[in-house]
Design a protein around this ligand. Sequence first.
Ligand code: TEU
Ligand code: CA
Length: 592
Amino acid sequence: MTERSGPTGRSEHRRAVVERCRAMAPWWHSMTVYQVYPRSFMDSNGDGIGDLPGIVQRLDHLVDLGVDTLWVSPFFTSPQEDFGYDVSDYCDVAPEYGKLADADHLIEEAHRRGLRVLFDLVLNHTSHEHPWFVESRSSRDNPKADWYIWRDGRGPGGRKPPNNWRSVAEITSGWQWGEERQQWYLASFLPCQPDLNWRNDEVREEMFRSVRFWLERGVDGFRLDMFGDITKDPEFRDLNLRPTMVGGIPRIWDRSPIQNTDDNVELARELRAVCREFDDVGGPVGDGPGAADRERILIGEVFGSAEQLRRFLAGGDGLQLVFLFDFLTFRYDPKWVRARIEEFEQTFPWPAQPTYVLENHDRTRLLDRVGGDVAKARVLATLLLTLRGVPTVYQGQEIGQSNTFIPLADAKDPIVKTYFPWMPEAVNSRLKERLNRDEVRTPMQWDPSPTVGFTEPGVTTWLPVNEDRRTANVETQSADADSLLSLYKALFAARSQHRALHEGRLDLVPGTPKGTLAWVRSDGEERVLVAANLGRDAALVPTGGPASVLVATDRAVQLTNGSASLPAPSVWLPANSAVVLLLDGPDDSVGA
Ligand code: TEU
Ligand code: CA
């Protein structure tokens, strides 16, 4: 950040070069992502379970909202123990979601509307029901014996795990006993998800074959599940204790031997090379500036510091993007927000792009994090869509769906069933980080009816419908200019209409009043000022000159053009409000 016009000729030169290159930025630079959890988005055939034809039926919602890229969580063949994150055939569709032709149709229908499509690739593990694992576990010398990570145990009869590697939940070992082989297999997430052995060339080739399978069918890229966990220490060294917090979750172990390894960065390069084979394949998508640009993209689900995660970009030869999850557990505090923006700007300078995420299918909804205060949710939406980088919106976030409380005893989520069946409900109901992921996976609310337009009336939905449906639904909010949905639409529209907002540089404004923060996005002559008041009191933020309002979260937001008592042109922001302003002229004195 704050790389303001430098004093030396050299930095001016760099700025000029950057400005020129921005004009040729690849399509994903200005990408906005909408995450669909297929089981809960739209049910087309009345079985209470969302499906691929259902997604197609609702694609126009994405267009109306103004996003340009759809990410679909896994819909491949699976026993659904982890609802699709346990794949048993990478090249086919689970019957409850449709047929292969439905996946093709989804890509086609999305492209026809100018939307890009990302699928979700689970490379770290398969389902234990995948034929590869069934074969692998059957004996020590079958052809796929080495396709998963098998080791002899320690102690008498090898009945103790090979080392101290922990599963992601960390409360149990990462090793599971395989009776037939009398050996242990590694399962980083759940026991039903054995980790593939990526050091085996046949595994690599076979997985790359599945990647090509979807690239050939026209998919624009992939979200990569647990990407940083794939290649582990070849020496199987023990983990050391190092208690810390990562993304609001307590971590006991230093996972560096099994997470974000150099070999895993190498894998990012290999995968990118596979994608590059397809960069010129396929017709144009949409009619925007990047219309003919078929670069396929990779966005990694990775965990660690921004500094560690940047390595996955491999200087432009690795993943194009990594998810930065800090905002999933944001602190509603201008100092915290400012520090994150500074960190992301420093770590991911142009042409790299940071990413911003407030919600996904794993974590507590943001409305629950702000005590149900919609004004705060509106401020956060404004940050998400005006910062420099790629924003992701999770289905239902745009209408302010909240967590649906579901007691642990009723959980379908395997995390609860595997790791926390012992947890008393009295404790669970008080946890701020919700354990049961079902709570954020209830049906998408299209209208206020009991089955919310997700399925036919009277059908029992796979998870219960949230009671907030009466106000948090697409139909009701579409008819209300002051709704959260209308705000999201206005923000997406401003973002795509103003290059400064989707491709411009970002400069934080120093010295704004207590409780506030502000930044300027600029591209050539165009300058947009975003100011947010996260404080308890109203505040006046100087605009540095004349401006006009593009979007405001609150009707009370007001511009003051300078008067005897208030000489500097400013914007008046009530508590918990934000504004997006188009500045007149290329003046550089904002915040002065
Ligand atoms: O999640 C990986 C992961 O470590 C976390 O997101 C975890 O789910 C969360 O901290 C617990 O609340 C990915 C997917 O997003 C998740 O849905 C899958 O279950 C998991 O991988 C296994 O594939
Ligand atoms: Ca269905």
